[in-house]
Ligand binder design. Structure first.
Ligand SMILES: [Zn+2]
Length: 100
């Protein structure tokens, strides 16, 4: 007796459930799109450290490592044996200049 009404209710529930799932999927896709866009933008420029021999006959640019500061002694010159110190710390330019 009550079967047509029941099927109507069931149809409505299924419709609502499908609508909910679809809208959740759309939301999910939008969130992923935004997240990947953000990740692309937030690529920080590399920090580089310039190292120089105190005698001035040797210099080297390499990736910055934590704890380095300008004036810090980082080793000995491979040419003359004098102290090697950090001469500068700077951000890598995003142009193609930095390829040695
Ligand atoms: Zn030197």
């Amino acid at each position: 007796m009550a079967s047509p009404l029941l099927s109507d209710v069931a149809d409505a529930i299924i419709f609502i459930a499908i609508a909910l799932i679809v809208s959740l999927m759309v939301l999910y896709i939008i969130m992923i799109a935004f997240a990947t866009r953000r990740q692309e933008k937030v690529v920080p420029p590399k920090l580089l450290t310039e190292i120089r021999c105190l005698s001035g006959d040797y210099e080297e640019v390499r990736e910055f490592s934590e704890g380095e500061y300008v004036g810090k002694e980082v080793g000995k010159c491979p040419k003359c044996g004098s102290k090697l110190v950090v001469a500068a710390i700077f951000k890598e330019k995003t142009s193609q200049q930095s390829t040695t």
